[in-house]
Design a protein around this ligand. Structure first.
Ligand code: PMP
Length: 437
């Protein structure tokens, strides 16, 4: 096929180049940086050789997996914490505790930046995400509490918020998330679940009591109150610091690295912070750039962007988890419009729906031809890049985000056993067909 012929051509060229003595490895930066926080951001933009050569469209990925916490979320964690500090909501090394609901990446980033600044971290996570992330969180000293997977009413967010209130959070960033801000054709089937208090300290005097939607009925650990720690709910879905981290960081870096030559920017949305922040920045600084959403199967955002309908009743019939995003891709795809996404909807031009099988095929393709071991959302983004490239035509340039590495997805997206149990078969030729289509 043409794509294979193109690849072979480029391999021949590479072999010819290989006879030239290697040039010395260039320093990424010649600065000495201040601690782990100094390592956040300023990530390289990497050309994906196999796809660029085969498509005749330059596909560039922002190597966010190189951040010290291993993902794009380091930028957001740092900005959320520093904005809270500058508002007097957090004070380093005073026993404050960060709370967040997350599928893992934001938790790892909060725990990393938190440790560097003297904060403890409590993370509420759905119980179906790769166990790899829980293990990393625990090694970083974070406390992890698991809840059932997110639906429209996001239990991990609401519980994280209640935990922060229990810890004497000074300011509530937003009201509890109820899921009534979206267009749905049926009611959510979720019910209030009760949780026992989290054993945050060695206090033995705490008798478990179940929580209701009111924070007043939560049990508060006495020794925790004595020390007067302050809880802070990071609230990544609703907090403006999230998209601003990308508007002030990721966006300008992309503009500088490309010299303003970007035809399209492709990103998935979990909270929406990345696509909103980068999208707004690029639209404000470049003429004609297209902002494209990569949406995994089961997510409602594709329909929202294409048809302005969030939830398609017919489409969800027969799927096992209505209202949940039924995909093995982690970190992107959602069935409600968060504040961080709402702000960016205006700048999103189009969306592509990416199947799990396409994302799986892309991840294996990238290892095979580029030596790049990436996570599921990066793979999803790159499938969308191929679709966008086919539409734009040769000579264009598409930029995306390589959110995290495959190493924290070894027990799910990268697990042969998991895939077998879920009847998912990796077929790398899907990518070749997509390129040749
Ligand atoms: N990829 C991964 C691995 C993530 O954890 C997230 C965040 N949930 C995203 C992509 C999406 O980024 P955003 O929240 O900015 O939409």
């Amino acid at each position: 096929s043409t794509s294979l012929a193109l690849l072979t051509q480029s391999w021949r060229r590479r072999r010819a180049i290989a006879r030239i003595p290697p040039r010395p490895i260039e320093l990424r930066s010649d600065e000495i940086v201040a601690g782990v926080i100094g390592l956040i951001g300023n990530t390289p933009l990497v050309r994906i050789g196999s796809l660029s050569d085969a498509l005749g469209v330059e596909i560039l990925g922002k190597a966010e997996f190189l951040n010290p916490g291993g993902s794009v979320k380091d930028r957001v964690a740092l900005r959320i914490i520093e904005d809270a500090e500058s508002q007097g909501l957090l004070h380093p090394h005073t026993g404050s505790v960060l709370f967040e609901g997350t599928v893992g990446s934001t938790g790892i980033s909060l725990a990393t930046v938190g440790r560097a600044k003297g904060y403890d971290t409590v993370i509420v996570m759905p119980d179906d995400v790769a166990i790899d992330k829980v293990q990393i969180l625990e090694k970083l000293g974070a406390k992890v509490e698991r809840v059932r997977p997110a639906s429209i009413v996001d239990e991990k967010q609401n519980l994280a918020r209640r935990r922060a209130e229990q810890f004497g959070q000074t300011t509530l960033v937003t009201p509890p998330q109820r899921g009534d801000d979206i267009v749905v054709t049926t009611q959510a089937t979720t019910s209030e679940v009760s949780h026992t208090p989290l054993p945050l300290s060695s206090s033995s005097s705490s008798s478990p009591s179940s929580s209701s939607s009111s924070s007043r009925s939560l049990h508060i650990l006495p020794d925790v109150l004595e020390k007067k720690p302050r809880g802070f709910f990071a609230d990544q879905f609703e907090n403006d610091s999230n998209w601003r981290a990308h508007y002030d960081g990721t966006g300008p870096e992309i503009l500088r690295q490309t010299g303003g030559h970007v035809d399209a920017f492709v990103s998935g949305a979990g909270t929406g912070g990345t696509i909103t922040g980068v999208g707004k920045y690029l639209k404000n600084h470049l003429n004609g750039v297209q902002i494209i959403l990569a949406d995994p199967q089961g997510s409602g955002l594709f329909n929202k962007v294409r048809y302005n309908v969030m939830y398609d009743h017919k489409e969800s019939e027969g799927t096992k988890r209505r209202h949940q995003v039924d995909t093995i891709v982690e970190g992107i795809g959602i069935n409600r419009i968060t504040h961080n996404l709402q702000l960016g909807l205006k700048v999103i031009d189009d969306a592509y729906r990416i199947s799990d099988l396409e994302a799986l095929a892309m991840s294996r393709w990238l290892v095979k031809y580029d030596g790049m071991f990436l996570g599921s959302s990066s793979a999803c983004n790159l499938v969308a890049c191929v679709k966008v490239a086919k539409k734009l035509g040769r000579g264009k340039r598409v930029v995306t985000i390589l959110c995290d590495s495959g190493s924290r997805h070894q027990n799910k997206f990268w697990s042969e056993e998991y895939l077998r149990e879920n009847n998912l078969e990796v077929d790398i030729s899907l990518i070749e067909k997509l390129i040749a289509s």
